[in-house]
Design a protein around this ligand. Structure first.
Ligand SMILES: Cc1cc2nc3c(=O)[nH]c(=O)nc-3n(C[C@H](O)[C@H](O)[C@H](O)COP(=O)(O)OP(=O)(O)OC[C@H]3O[C@@H](n4cnc5c(N)ncnc54)[C@H](O)[C@@H]3O)c2cc1C
Length: 388
């Protein structure tokens, strides 16, 4: 089978031809890495186990810090008319609430549309996308050998792991974080509602979790929550847990009871882990959530995925053009990743402790109400500056 990248032919399914870059995972991080590296003239194949378009559990609120970069690279999804989010509404479990403008703000667009659009663009520009799961990666003789679930093999000089928060590949690679259990479950719906302002991102606490609601494209809203698995276990089903805990927050009760739910059933994922990970593991350069995941309440994971893929791609191109020095690339990327993101992840984990528990969620809202700079300070700790 033949693919073509930037006019340079490469053969797939053979051991002889070494491709420049293999990207494993086609979320925002993987797609943007693939697009940028292909544009720089490197041969790129991307593996995504699912078929676009598909929904993902995600709040779909993207911090505006990414806009200069996306626009400069013609990657801003203008055609979907993303929502423009400027205000924040936080409520405690009992319904005490705080409303404030957002310094930087964000936009809303579904991953269903955005990822699909980026994947089509990547393919049009010459990235070869293979819809198969990569089960195994070995590094030998300065080259990666990837094996997909059909048993086909591919060779590449550089491998980028963009497999998201948790993948079977992490298990097969024996990444240390994989063995640590996580109690968090993520649930997502798309809804039609008139109870949340078009330019508002709402973050409502409930016992054991928190729920974000904000507009995406086509007058549709995303409702996505993170909950402790115990709640579901205790009440037996998601629906009962929602009735017994989520809807105890008066804002959530109103939204749940008055909205049209557009999915037949919710999208659910388990084992959402915020454990520390490695930006480089067994010479694989990790990008996006695969390098480290920020807690969803920060509304910043996608911006970090986009930013980390920009930084990584630029470093690869720069290093490649100087003759390629793997050790130097790995050291520099690890250092840069830690400078840019490590503290944000730490801040996100600390702030999350204030959420989902009666006393601390009341405290967080009260502190934000009485001392507005405190709320701005916390947000500043988890958000980055606009970058291009
Ligand atoms: C409940 C919840 C709410 C969130 N809300 C927000 C929010 O509002 N705003 C925000 O900015 N962030 C939010 N996030 C975080 C955000 O979703 C992630 O940070 C972002 O999706 C990371 O992108 P990524 O490309 O690294 O990974 P992903 O988007 O997860 O993509 C990884 C891809 O890799 C593929 N893959 C995995 N393993 C393999 C394999 N072995 N072979 C081939 N393909 C593979 C998967 O199918 C997947 O498509 C939220 C997260 C959760 C859990």
């Amino acid at each position: 089978m033949e693919g073509l990248s930037c006019g340079r032919p490469f053969l797939l399914h053979t051991f002889e031809q070494v491709i420049d870059i293999s990207v494993i995972g086609g979320g925002l991080a993987g797609l943007i890495n693939a697009i940028l590296l292909n544009r720089a003239g490197l041969s790129v194949i991307l593996f995504e186990e699912k078929r676009y378009p598909f929904h993902r559990v995600c709040g779909e609120y993207i911090s505006n810090e990414v806009i200069p970069f996306l626009k400069k690279q013609d990657l801003f999804p203008t055609e979907f008319n993303p929502s423009d989010i400027k205000r924040f509404h936080l409520s405690s479990i009992s319904g005490k609430s705080l409303k404030m403008p957002l310094d930087l703000g964000g936009f809303g667009v579904s991953r269903y549309s955005f990822d699909h659009w980026l994947a089509m663009l990547a393919e049009r520009e010459g990235v070869k996308i293979i819809h198969r799961r990569v089960n195994r990666i070995d590094f030998d003789d300065d080259t990666f050998r990837l094996q997909d679930k059909e048993g086909d093999n591919y060779l590449s000089k550089i491998a980028i792991g963009a497999v998201g928060k948790r993948s079977l590949l992490d298990k097969n690679l024996n990444r240390p974080f994989f063995s640590k259990k996580s109690p968090y479950v993520g649930v997502k719906y798309h809804i039609k509602t008139d109870r949340v302002g078009e330019d508002v991102i709402a973050l409502h606490n409930f016992k054991g979790g928190y729920c974000g609601v904000s507009r995406i494209e086509n007058d549709t809203f995303n409702l996505c929550y993170l909950s402790h698995r115990e709640g579901i276990r205790k009440y037996g089903s998601l629906e009962d847990m929602e009735n017994q805990t989520v809807k105890k927050n008066p804002f959530l009760k109103e939204i749940f009871n008055s909205s049209d739910f557009l999915f037949e059933k919710p999208l659910v994922i388990n084992e959402i882990t915020f454990q520390k990970k490695e930006p480089v593991f067994r010479h694989i350069l990790m990008s996006g959530d695969a390098a480290g995941m920020i807690t969803p309440l920060c509304g910043n994971g996608m911006a970090m995925a986009i930013h980390s893929s920009k930084v990584l791609s630029e470093m690869i191109v720069e290093n490649w053009n100087r003759g390629f020095n793997r050790d130097e690339l790995e050291t520099m990327y690890t250092r840069k990743w830690n400078i840019l993101f490590a503290n944000r992840l730490l801040a996100g984990r600390s702030i999350q402790k204030l959420f989902g528990a009666p006393l601390t969620s009341e405290f967080a809202v009260k502190a934000g109400q009485t001392f507005r700079p405190f709320a701005n300070y916390l947000m500043g700790k988890t958000h980055g500056k606009p970058f291009s």
